[in-house]
Design a protein around this ligand. Sequence first.
Ligand code: SF4
Length: 321
Amino acid sequence: MKWKTYEKISCYFDFVNFVDLSGWGEPLLHKRIYDMIKVAREKKCFVGFTTNGTLLNQSVSERLITFNLDLIAISMDGATADTYESIRKGAKFETLVNNIKSLNLSKQRLKSKKPKVVLVFLMMKRNISELPSLVDLASKLNVDQILVKNVAVTLKTKDDEQRLFSCNEESVAREAVENVEKAKGKARQNGITLNVASLKLRDRPVCLADPLKSVYFTWDGYVSPCDSLAHIDVPRIFCGKREKSVPLRHFGNVQEESLFEIWEKEDYQKFRQLFYKRQRLYNSFIYRALEALVHFQDDRKSFNRNLVAPSVCRSCHYLYL
Ligand code: SF4
């Protein structure tokens, strides 16, 4: 992203709480990442990003701390060198572990509690057995939190084959359930926060990207509801089946219009309306279900029939996980 584009976007930081500097690239490769953090922090935003951690050497860590980064999420898809390096081609497990240790030492030296360190583990058939060991490792590395995510964006058959969550009536793989439970036990013992994504698909009123409260900017300033709709319009694989290509949804560009104008555009409003409607339905369903548990099954059927999402979202796993 060019600095000029970031400056345009930063005009709106007075209206937001959280600035996530992640995209489809590696944030630490951006030449002005520290300036980006500085600008967002000056506007009192909570600032974070997700990194593969390979560039996180001592001098980078110290600068991130000095620039007051709030949160760093580090992708670690295995607890052993073999598994991690077979998934993250070209990356070295030992380097990553040493980089996290060095970040901790820098925090101690600079007497800073920030950034909060989160490990992100993408659970797959090939690495799920290492989730409990990852909790042990995270504890040794003084990690604050572990975020266990699903392989939800599946564009290739080989990625879908690695997914662990179950669709429709499929039962969840026992190996996944057992390892998640074991990891939860270890997390409790070690006092570490572990958040695990659902292993079963279920309708969410609003998807994880939360397009009602957040926007995604592409590197060249286009505004989208989420990264999935911002970058590529290739067919997704949804629950094992290849779907039609999903068109990109760009509602405007901050280099040409104000974000407020873009947010208020009719097509963007229509896109959000369906999520508002889902949310209202969901809230009324919960209320009615609580009020009359006895009618729960009938209500559930009519609820599912009425729960409509934007067409581009219907084959997105984030709406269900
Ligand atoms: S459901 Fe998926 S495609 Fe739709 S806004 Fe959410 S993350 Fe994006």
